[in-house]
Design a protein around this ligand. Structure first.
Ligand code: ADP
Length: 642
């Protein structure tokens, strides 16, 4: 081993992922080529983008291509590109770790699926395995790469078994070469060194890649006349052809978006989408548009069918690639799509754009703004007209990201609100639009009621719904953290105010003032007992069967919001809540008579803290002192049982 050769351990999650890929993608072997070609094409894209400002980076090698070299004897296949390459540090950073956030969540989901025997390639495809897919077919992978503008190269090598090595290397030119030492073939396996196999795979999965994917092939070429051996009649008696090596381009490079709509098959769309998005599942919906008029451009957009695991990660790539007359300008063009639609993938080709446009210019470009506005409009139309079942899939996957738009895209707030769906206290697990909700509001109901929390089950059993149920009013059940922001931005719909079921006065029935007076001394007593925890004790208009709940004033933070902020490590101002008690509950009547006959009874103190604990538990919260609660309950049970 050379002194500079260093052996490294794969990160745990990479090891897990590698095992997973190799075990589960066996029947999907050939996709490794698509993944490596996509990476190569991305690397060329990146270099091309950089050369706009640093033209010297391309040097005298600006004929971009991806070359595949199979070797049937050595049983290797090599994929080489003259893209941006990687420095030593970039190799360490990119290969051997997994940059994607949400890896842990992903691996957990996989583990569970494996347990339940429901592991499918789709699930893995959600993650995009990229480079590591090489190990589906290879027993050893060698990557040699030289970054544009650098002189030294780096060699990375691994058997995919837990470690890899990195060392300095020589490489004549810029770019990355990946050599796969193929595993021994089983009987029915494809031969990936067979030129026909390679032609077929490239045509199927990577035909539209915008750089030539080439392979050296042996061809018969006629021998020049003067080199042919002839008999005395002038007839050739020996070989009339000779073998030559010729570089063949395997892909048509036809830009999918530039072709007539009717000509593109579903299969082609699927492959193009996978290439663009590094996802494996077919898209849910597509939108292919040519705009003609003052601004001319083509857009081909896809709505994926599965949300990525890192849907909310701030560093997540945006999905729009920008082209100008079929020439790639940049990936992740955030300027073309608002953040909340960042999951949409696709291509925009705008011939009027300046080829050397930079991100800074794009931000202020009126053409770009125009395109963006148009795209968003079209996406709304697409979503609005989507058939129900499809829309539901969309909503399940992307609803949480999409509805953030209510908060950030004021111009389209109404359209977004029209598309929003919630499950409700009466919908039996089905999604309901705000319009449907309003259409079936009960007579006398003035407001749209909602309740936020972290799961449907707790919300459905929440005491806050008790009186609303008596009235037969429907309540929107909001279980996404972002809903807290949605209701801040969307204060009303169709002229009806949104009203939290846990805050403020529900105004359902007036409090019985006479009855309230009989409870006032007891409520004062309870408030004094709990004054460090609560700000007030009130008769409840929300409760029917439960004895206690916590509420807030209209402007107070909801319990769920407090939980979210605390979970994200933010300091939350200590706002005391209101303890609401149900005057019609037998416990309150009993407590009142005990208080009236024996105000000094020590049990009253215990009952007060118990009431608060019960209120906390019923909203799914954590009681301050679980051990105390448990002890008190035990004592009470013993007492009851004598
Ligand atoms: P992804 O392509 O989804 O980011 P990969 O595991 O396929 O994930 O690749 C990880 C990273 O390694 C890429 O993001 C890229 O930075 C780098 N990389 C992979 N292949 C190449 C290549 N041929 N040339 C340059 N960089 C590459």
């Amino acid at each position: 081993m050379s002194p500079e050769k260093k052996t490294h351990e794969f990160k745990t999650e990479v090891k897990q992922l590698l095992k997973l890929i190799v075990n589960s993608l066996y029947s999907n072997q050939e996709i490794f080529l698509r993944e490596l070609i996509s990476n190569a094409s991305d690397a060329i894209d990146k270099l091309r983008f950089k050369t706009q400002t640093e033209p010297e980076l391309a040097g005298d090698d600006s004929t971009f291509k991806i070359k595949i070299t199979p070797d049937g004897i050595g049983q290797t296949i090599e994929i080489a590109d003259n893209g941006i390459g990687m420095t030593h540090d970039e190799v360490v950073e990119n290969i051997g770790t997994i940059a994607q956030s949400g890896t842990a969540a992903f691996l957990e989901a996989v583990e569970q699926a494996r347990h339940e025997d429901t592991l499918t390639p789709e699930l893995i495809g959600q993650f995009g395995v990229g480079f590591y897919s090489a190990f589906i077919v290879a027993e050893k992978v060698v990557l040699v790469t030289r970054a544009a503008g650098e002189q030294t190269a780096t060699r990375w090598e691994s058997h995919g078994d837990g470690t890899y090595t990195i060392e300095p290397a020589e490489k004549e030119d810029r770019g990355t070469t990946i050599t796969l030492h193929l595993q021994k073939k089983e009987k029915d396996d494809a031969d990936f060194t067979d030129p026909w196999t390679i032609r077929r795979i490239v045509k199927l999965h990577s035909d539209f890649v915008s750089y030539p994917i080439v392979m050296d092939v042996e061809k018969d070429e006629p021998l020049p006349e003067e080199q042919q051996i002839k008999d005395k009649d002038g007839k050739a008696i020996g070989e009339t052809t000779r073998k030559v090596i010729e570089e063949e381009t395997l892909n048509s490079m036809k830009a999918v978006w530039a072709r007539p709509k009717e000509e593109i098959t579903d299969q082609e769309h699927e492959e193009f989408f996978k290439h663009l998005s590094h996802e494996w599942n077919p898209p849910l919906e597509r939108l292919h548009m040519k705009f003609e008029g003052t601004t001319e451009y083509t857009a081909l957009l896809y709505v994926p069918s599965k949300a990525p695991f890192d849907l909310f990660h701030p560093d997540r790539k945006h999905g729009i690639h920008l082209y100008c007359k079929r020439v790639f300008i940049m990936e992740d063009c955030k300027e073309l799509m608002p953040d909340y639609l960042g999951f949409i993938k696709g291509v925009v080709d705008a011939p009027d754009l300046n080829l050397n446009v930079s991100r800074e210019i794009l931000q202020h470009d009126s053409l770009v703004r125009n395109i963006r506005r148009n795209l968003v409009k079209k996406i709304f139309t697409l979503l609005k007209e989507m058939e129900d079942e499809k829309f539901e899939t969309f909503w399940e996957e992307f609803g949480p990201a999409f509805k953030i738009g209510v908060h950030t895209d004021f111009e389209n707030q109404k359209k977004i609100a029209d598309l929003i769906r919630y499950k409700t206290s009466k919908s039996d697990g089905k999604w309901v639009s705000l319009k449907e909700y309003v259409d079936r509001m009960k007579e006398g109901q003035e407001e749209i009621y909602y309740l936020t929390g972290d799961n449907l089950e707790t919300l459905l059993n929440s005491p806050y719904l008790e009186q609303l149920r008596v009235k037969d009013y429907e309540v929107l059940l909001m279980t996404d953290p972002v809903d807290e922001w949605v209701v801040q931005a969307l204060t009303e719909y169709d002229g009806k105010k949104l009203k939290s079921a846990e805050k403020g006065d529900l105004d359902l029935d007036k409090v019985d003032e006479e009855k309230k007076d009989t409870f006032t001394p007891l409520f004062d007593f309870i408030r004094t007992q709990l004054q460090d925890q609560i700000k007030e004790v009130r008769p409840s208009t929300r409760l029917k069967d439960s004895v206690a709940c916590l509420s807030g004033d209209d402007r107070d933070m909801s319990a769920y919001m407090e939980k979210i902020l605390k979970a994200s490590g933010q300091k939350v101002p200590d706002v005391k809540r209101i303890l609401e008690l149900n005057m019609d509950h037998p416990v309150m009547a009993g407590m009142r008579s005990l208080f009236e006959t024996d105000a000094g009874n020590p049990d009253l103190k215990m009952y007060s803290t118990l009431l608060l604990d019960l209120a906390v538990i019923s909203e799914g919260g954590k009681v301050e002192n679980p051990a105390r609660l448990s002890k008190q309950m035990g004592e009470m049970m013993a007492k009851v049982m004598g």
